[in-house]
Design a protein around this ligand. Structure first.
Ligand code: SAH
Length: 361
């Protein structure tokens, strides 16, 4: 067992089983042993690859989308250009390059990054060298100013809780110890939870549902600023409207592994529920768009024309890998359908281009 494993076993011996959300938080962002604190997980040699690491076209499309929304809102200056969970900083670099197409936008932008990992902050400083950056631990400290924000594969890294239905109550799936004293999943006693009453209608005995408590204040902090000062947020992640079933997974070197075997050494994620994000945005006074598949949004924003333009300068292996990247981002069998996009925008102004308002129920 590794250092973090021993630490967690000691804690469980003293304090009883842990919520899955506490376990996930320790594994991912523990300052000394956490997954994101100790490595750069991206790319072919890492544990997973994200859209901005696949092609510059991803950031270009999102950058154009934000630029148009900024122009539609009469080009507020100054404004906050923010990203939460910026990874290597690639997406923000592509956005900054793209918004140069909008006169005065780069000068008006103040770049703010919300990032938990000191190691990735250093990486982001390198990628964005020459740009003034303010770092934040959480969205609550972002300036009270117009906010244009992106989040790609951020919400899937936020800790979740899981509950298994039994009758009209629920048993929380927690992390305890097996007979050999190793970390292992366990079930907490049967309880009724006010916040799960609504799931009684769409689940059956034995079903598992997930909730992501930290997603709500994050969505609400973003949406509140957009409601008060204008702006737009683009949230991109894999998942759906609301979850059913166990989507908790651990990835190492692009392969699924046991999430309890080596804490802190695998990427832990869960599918993102977009419904609670949209509800939190509306409760904070902003509007949330309809959810759209990533492939559809990128096509609407013109990725195919951009891909053809970039292809003109390429041949051989570079052309093949460029075409593969285009397909990977957009095709329904690849990231195009599993990944979804939701936008927040101010009431009374249209959603950013490519996104649609929710039609009244
Ligand atoms: N958006 C990037 C990286 C996604 S990985 C890309 O598309 O490539 C998730 C990112 O969120 C990492 O930068 C990670 O360090 C950060 N992160 C994870 N949990 C966090 C938390 N609770 N608070 C702030 N940042 C977090």
């Amino acid at each position: 067992m590794n250092d973090l494993g021993r630490l967690l076993v000691t804690r469980i011996r003293a304090d009883g089983p842990m919520r899955l959300s506490d376990y996930m938080a320790e594994c991912l962002i523990h300052p000394a042993h956490g997954y994101y604190a100790t490595r750069d997980p991206f790319g072919a040699r890492g544990d997973f690859t994200t859209a901005p690491e696949i092609s510059q076209m991803f950031g270009e499309m999102l950058g154009l989308c934000l630029a148009q929304s900024w122009l539609d809102q009469r080009a507020p200056s100054p404004f906050t250009l923010a990203e939460i969970g910026p990874g290597r900083g690639t997406l923000m670099a592509d956005i900054l390059r793209t918004i140069r197409a909008a006169p005065c936008m780069p000068e008006a932008a103040r770049v703010h990054l919300v990032e938990a990992s000191e190691m990735l902050r250093a990486r982001q400083r390198e990628t964005l060298a020459g740009t003034g950056i303010s770092f934040h631990d959480r969205v609550e400290t972002l300036p009270e100013a117009p906010l244009f924000l992106v989040a790609n594969e951020f919400f899937d890294a936020l800790p979740i809780r899981q509950f298994q239905r039994q009758g009209n109550g629920w048993r929380e799936r927690v992390v305890g110890l097996d007979e050999e004293g190793n970390l292992a999943p366990a079930l907490a006693p049967l309880t009724r939870y006010e916040f799960l009453e609504r799931r009684i209608a769409d689940t059956r005995d034995g079903d598992i549902v997930e909730v992501c408590p930290a997603a709500i204040p994050t969505a609400s902090g973003i949406a509140g600023r957009i409601a008060r000062h204008g702006g737009a947020a683009l949230i991109v992640d894999y998942g759906g409207w609301h979850s059913l079933g166990d989507t908790f997974q651990a990835l190492k070197a692009h392969q699924p592994v046991d999430p309890f075997a080596e804490p802190g050494e695998a990427d832990l994620t869960a599918h993102v529920d977009f419904e609670p994000l949209a509800e939190a945005a509306r409760a904070a006074g902003a509007e949330a768009s309809a959810m759209v598949p990533q492939g559809v949004l990128l096509e609407r924003l013109g990725i195919t024309a951009r891909a053809q333009r970039l292809a003109q300068g390429l041949e051989g292996e570079r052309l093949r890998s460029h075409s593969a990247a285009h397909r990977r981002l957009t095709h329904p069998d690849e990231m195009g359908a599993l990944f979804k996009v939701l936008a927040f925008h101010p009431k009374g102004s249209p959603p950013p281009p490519g996104l649609e308002p929710v039609t009244a129920p």
